[in-house]
Design a protein around this ligand. Structure first.
Ligand SMILES: [Zn+2]
Length: 538
């Protein structure tokens, strides 16, 4: 069998394994090297480390050799091999670079400045690949965005999801109307084009206006344009709480859209948001398991924080109030009857999320600056307003601020984390420490201190499993022939430093990060290398 055919067969098996937890972690026998013999040269030899390869359930004490942009060797290097750079990894952990399937790091490409493109906050967490286009915000012109981003240079690899939200806004604007058949055809064509240009699936953010205005049938009709290409339907689902259709119906809707489109369904940043759904993690996981039993492939990703990060208006305003865009919203706010109805719903949303002291204002435009670091309660007291009025006033004044919303409970986070189909993601966004601290936090608090999951499972859920689910080839595993995305970190010092007050403090403990064989973190310091590549789904 040719290597290509073997690869296809292995990938098909891996896809099947996604539906069977029994084989999801079975190690595959791997050869030690791609033809390494005495007199050969390795660019880098990482020796003496504890190696988690992303697939194997046990750690191994082997050396890892890199040559060019690939992993060339796992094992004890044969005598006579010439090594250009030796890294002593005694006491350190060696793993595949992490792949973050829900980030906002590269939104705005290719117009992002150099510092953003370096993506140092991610690299210092061991993240070597990030998605572009979470929450349905993927680019329309995938090929052009990837080509120009590659020409400019990126610190981490990136792959793209086609964006339901982007496509709907292009065709319907901010309208709350149902799409006509002709509009659905236009949207389908845009999705098919993005897929043909290398997107790894379709993202949606049905929680957000105007995407929230699309019915299940409309989303299904549009997303199913990706069927010939395969991939993932990844969603910030319509309701993580009790806002509209409720958490359970929302999970069912996501699965229906993904499964009937012939795609893998991935529930982005899975959570139970708010008092009405606390304690329901097991029920959500049961819905996903039942769908798998019916033959649907269903996964999720998760960040390890009790606060979500979103916009003040997305968190509190009813969607009817936002229909048509900002001007229409302001007109409704100026109308007494509509304002009264709006405030009533804002009060209900505040109750749902846990009250005005659980919303921490974390960012926004210039007008927002005086409020950053304060809770909605602080602002309401300072301005002598009721909390609901304070929130609407802030939005009216133009400060649609970002908020950290403390709306999750630890028990649900742990239950989701232990599920073998739940991967790691950051959902990194400005103002929330998850942008700079997710992976080290999970390592420190959930793996090393509390043992919620094992180190091997942590590595798998953050690398090989993500590559398998999304069809990212030759990454996420340490094996000869794979791309040399490799991290070396110290389990004694790895940890998150970012806080809600200082969300951009870099994580600690990451000694070496290689991206395509190039050191992006060297002796604990970022090098500023732009070694990332733009990935296209084959
Ligand atoms: Zn989201």
């Amino acid at each position: 069998m040719s290597t290509g055919r073997l690869h296809d067969a292995m990938r098909a098996l891996a896809t099947l394994c996604l539906a069977l937890s029994a084989c999801a972690r079975r190690p595959s026998p791997v050869p030690n090297s791609i033809g390494l013999s005495s007199g050969d040269t390795l660019d880098v030899l990482i020796s003496g480390g504890t190696v988690y390869d992303g697939v194997h359930p046990d750690a191994r004490r082997v050396d890892v050799g890199l040559r060019g942009d690939r992993v060339a060797w796992l094992g004890v290097a044969p005598p006579g091999v010439v090594v250009k750079q030796r890294i002593d990894a005694e006491g350190l952990i060696v793993a595949p670079g992490f792949i973050d399937p829900h980030t906002h790091a590269y939104e705005g490409l290719p117009r992002l400045g150099l510092e953003r493109r370096k993506n140092i906050g991610a690299l210092m967490q061991g993240v070597t690949t990030v998605v572009l286009g979470a929450d349905g915000r993927g680019p329309l012109d995938v090929r052009q965005v990837l080509d120009s981003a590659a020409a400019l240079g990126l610190g981490t690899n990136t792959y793209v999801m086609a964006g339901f939200g982007t496509v709907r806004s292009r065709v319907l604007g901010a309208s709350s109307a149902a799409a006509t058949p002709a509009q659905i055809d236009s949207m389908r064509a845009l999705i098919a084009q993005a897929m043909a240009e290398g997107a790894f699936g379709v993202g949606s953010g049905l929680f957000y206006a105007p995407q929230s205005h699309a019915s299940t049938e409309e989303v299904l009709a549009v997303v199913s344009a990706a069927r010939p290409f395969g991939g993932v339907y990844d969603t910030h689902q319509r309701d993580e709480s009790s806002y509209s259709i409720g958490l359970f119906a929302s999970v069912q809707e996501a699965i229906r859209i993904g499964c009937e489109s012939g795609l893998t369904t991935n529930i982005g940043h899975i959570k139970t948001l708010g008092v009405d759904v606390w304690g329901k993690a097991d029920s959500v996981l049961a819905i996903m398991a039942a769908a798998r039993a019916r033959g649907c492939v269903v996964t999720a990703d998760q960040y390890p924080w009790t606060a979500s990060g979103t916009g003040l208006s997305a968190a509190l305003l009813p969607r009817w109030a936002q229909a048509g865009g900002r001007d229409s919203m302001l007109a409704r706010m100026a109308d007494d009857t509509q304002r009264a109805r709006m405030l009533e719903e804002v009060r209900e949303n505040l109750r749902r999320r846990g009250g005005d002291s659980t919303l921490l204002l974390t960012g926004g435009g210039i007008g927002a600056r005086p409020y950053i670091g304060k809770t909605l309660r602080d602002v309401a007291l300072a301005r002598d307003l009721a909390p609901d009025v304070a929130a609407v006033t802030l939005i009216q004044e133009g400060s649609d601020m970002s908020v950290a919303s403390f709306n999750m409970i630890e028990d649900d986070i742990v239950r989701f984390m232990r599920d073998p189909f739940v991967m790691t993601s950051s959902d990194g966004s400005d103002g929330h420490p998850r942008l700079y601290g997710t992976y080290p936090r999970k390592l420190r608090h959930y793996v090393l201190e509390r043992g919620v999951i094992s180190m091997a499972r942590m590595v798998e859920a953050s690398s090989a499993q993500v590559a398998r689910v999304y069809g990212i080839s030759n990454r996420g595993e340490l094996r000869p022939g794979a791309y040399a995305d490799v991290i070396v970190f110290d389990p004694k010092t790895v940890g998150d430093e970012a806080t809600y007050v200082e969300p951009t403090r870099l994580a600690t403990g990451m000694h070496w990060v290689f991206v395509n064989g190039v050191s992006a973190v060297k002796d604990g310091q970022p090098t500023g290398a732009l070694a990332g590549r733009t990935l296209r789904r084959r």
